[in-house]
Design a protein around this ligand. Sequence first.
Ligand code: NAD
Length: 278
Amino acid sequence: MRKRAPHMADDYAFPKGELMRGKKGLVMGVANHNSIAWGIASQLAAQGAEMAFTYQGEELERRVRPLAESIGVKTMIPCDVTDDASMDAAFAEIEKAFGTIDFVVHSVAFANKNELKGSFVDNTTREGFLLAMNISAFSFVDVAKRASKLMPNGGSLITMTYLGSERTIPNYNTMGVAKAALEASTRYIARDLGPKGIRCNAISAGAMRTLALAGIAGGRGMIAQGRAFSAMKEDTSMEGVAGCALWLASDLGKSTTGEVVHVDAGFHMMGMPDAEEA
Ligand code: NAD
């Protein structure tokens, strides 16, 4: 029997506690109950964080609102990261709601479906390349600029990436290039904002069953391969990804910045499959 997908925070085995008590922040990129942003937000809420959500557009609100309300999120703001006016309005509302913030989780990416399959060389267009870069990489720089103005006491910026930035993964194509830019941006942001006490890190998660993965040709195969060729021979868990985000968002993450942390059951460091798998 298929395991029921978690719909509410309580369905995950998230540790409860006080690590985020008194901290306020923004989570960008909850689309539904499978979203990585939702798992992370649930974990941060279980540790006492106060949060605002941004979501891509009105049509997602129906799915996102009940999730947000289930963990006490009162501020929900539609926000398209490609639209300056929308970003201006979103950050104005966050400032109005919270004054200052302590963390941002940026869990946003997009590339055209027809560029996430087949030949990278043949299928990549100028428009598609720039769109993927704009939504999946530049938006984090833009978020860092805006969020840092609301972080007078320091803070933590976290983004989500994937191994396709470092190694070639079939069909990941344009998104791999955008993730490479996102990871480099993470380091430059960390350098710029470090003196202000603002840390900036990326979590490189293994393949997980979400809407974004469904857009990649053979996405389910990425999960199976990720499991089969991982050191631990298991799927990447939401608990593991959200736990990493908790470490980085809380004071436990002090002194860690400019880092890309792999949470993928050890898939990233395997040089060759085991002999019997080859
Ligand atoms: P998801 O589809 O649930 O989340 C992607 C989010 O990006 C959605 O909420 C979507 O609304 C948002 N988005 C896209 N375009 C936007 C725009 N113009 N403005 C504002 N928001 C926009 O899927 P997910 O897998 O949870 O993805 C979250 C992040 O995790 C992405 O950066 C993704 O690349 C990364 N990631 C995913 C996996 C995986 O296997 N699912 C692995 C590693 C990293």
